[in-house]
Design a protein around this ligand. Structure first.
Ligand SMILES: [Zn+2]
Length: 431
């Protein structure tokens, strides 16, 4: 089966391509990219003027919740949400129930993902058994089963010794260690960013240093071991400074990601428009404007490698409690592209090429995944973007099983026109 994408603006930083080209897909591979390619029996998909044809977007930080918390999300609903958001692949976090610390769970996830037949799913294994931070999981067996990285996300790897061993071992296997950076003693039982807003609202604070202290520790261990190390959902300006310094002294093995809510929102959202809205309770917390601005700078100057959503579905009943008791996190797969275009591209902070780098090229590079390019022979994973489409976020209309988003009702410019995985159109916007 052949498919010809006719007449879009192909933006493929990995292949050094940006211009009007046709893309011919044969089966599950990109067969040719060029001008005026003949249809030659292929189904023709005409691109509307202004549309961007990008290598499939990859979200390397997603909580699919299955197995064990299917009332929040399943692999089927999570991957439906992914493709509606323009993501052809997601990497899923191991903090399921049970924790993914075993090849049997990795296999279960891969089987359910294949049955759903939407986005590709790359499992991330737990660094430690049960993510308890004590005994290392069988990383080699997990890699053989299909894990592409390791993390105890939801929690930090609190022991420096365990982190060192994990980096050494994962380094030999050629896969990155991803850390949710948070010093447990400094975080304490905090629920919001430590600052003026938390003080006014009487909420226990989490200082930025709770994150950056562990980023600094991890960078020291990455320097010592030479292994690939990736900072999850960075939120504090001190963390960005640490990563920037590491990169400046030539550490190419250190990478980092930022989630859209950390470059769009600040802790002011705890007061406005709704006080104590549990849909703005996340971990790491929304920080003050100096931190948000630092994330924007890092995105523009290249310090930030990846935008990842930290898609964290929770059932409405779980969020419908007082702020202190609510779980951390928001859904993010279907709001990411509109936020990136509206707040970064149209705001003049970055160009389209950089947006594609952050959402496709670099996630593929950091996790060493196939994809991230539309070069001939690459997997036929394509995201067609409509950068000028008006989008109104409607929580109730999200494909995700959970609707916990602070962006309900937001009007943004930039959306997804179609998502193609392995040569199959798995999502088309009806806009
Ligand atoms: Zn986390």
């Amino acid at each position: 089966m052949k498919l010809l994408l006719k007449g879009g603006r192909v933006v493929d930083p990995a292949a050094g391509r940006d211009g009007e080209f046709d893309v011919l897909i044969d089966g599950d591979r990109v067969a040719a990219v060029g001008k005026g390619l003949p249809a030659d029996g292929a189904d023709v998909f005409e691109m509307t003027r202004g549309w961007i044809v990008a290598p499939g977007l990859i979200d390397i930080h997603v909580h699919l919740r299955e197995p064990g918390q299917e009332h929040k999300e399943t692999i089927a609903t999570g991957t439906a949400s992914a493709v509606a958001g323009g993501f052809t692949a997601v990497a899923c976090m191991p903090n399921t129930d049970p924790v993914n610390d075993h090849p049997g769970i990795t296999e279960l996830i891969l089987n359910r993902a294949a049955a759903a037949g939407l986005a590709r799913v790359y499992p991330i294994g737990a660094v430690s058994i049960g993510s308890k931070g004590e005994q290392m999981s069988e990383l080699a067996a997990q890699k053989a089963a299909g894990c592409v990285a390791f993390t105890d996300d939801g929690r930090p790897v609190a022991s420096a010794l365990l982190m060192r061993r994990a980096l050494e071992y994962a380094g030999m296997l050629g896969v990155p260690i991803v850390d949710h950076c948070e010093d447990p003693s400094l975080k304490g039982d905090g629920v919001a960013h430590e600052g003026l807003v938390a003080s006014r609202l009487g909420l226990r604070g989490i200082p930025g240093a709770a994150e950056s202290i562990m980023v600094e520790r991890d960078i020291a261990l990455a320097e010592m071991t030479g292994a690939a190390y990736h900072v999850c959902h960075m939120s504090a300006r001190q963390s960005l400074r640490a990563v920037r310094a590491a990169k400046a002294r030539g550490m190419t093995n250190v990478t980092c990601e930022v989630a859209p809510h950390h470059f769009v929102l600040t802790d002011e959202s705890l007061e406005q428009p709704i006080r104590y809205d549990t849909n703005v309770k996340m971990n790491p917390p929304l920080r003050e404007s100096a931190d948000r601005d630092a994330m924007l700078e890092g995105i523009a100057d290249g310090t930030v490698d990846v935008i990842a959503t930290d898609h964290a579905p929770h059932h409405a009943d779980e969020k419908l409690v007082e702020f202190d008791r609510a779980p951390f996190g928001i859904v993010g797969l279907e709001t990411c592209v509109p936020l990136v275009f509206d707040r970064l591209v149209h705001a003049g902070r970055i160009g389209v090429r950089r947006a594609v780098e952050l959402l496709s090229t670099n996630p593929a590079r950091v996790f060493r995944l196939a994809g991230g390019t539309l070069a001939e022979g690459a997997p036929a994973d394509v995201t067609v973007l409509a950068p000028d489409a008006p989008v109104t976020i409607r929580a109730a209309a999200l494909r995700s099983k959970s609707k916990n988003t602070p962006f309900d009702g937001w009007q943004l410019r930039g959306g997804v026109a179609a998502t193609i995985v392995g040569g199959r159109i798995v999502y088309r916007s009806d806009r």
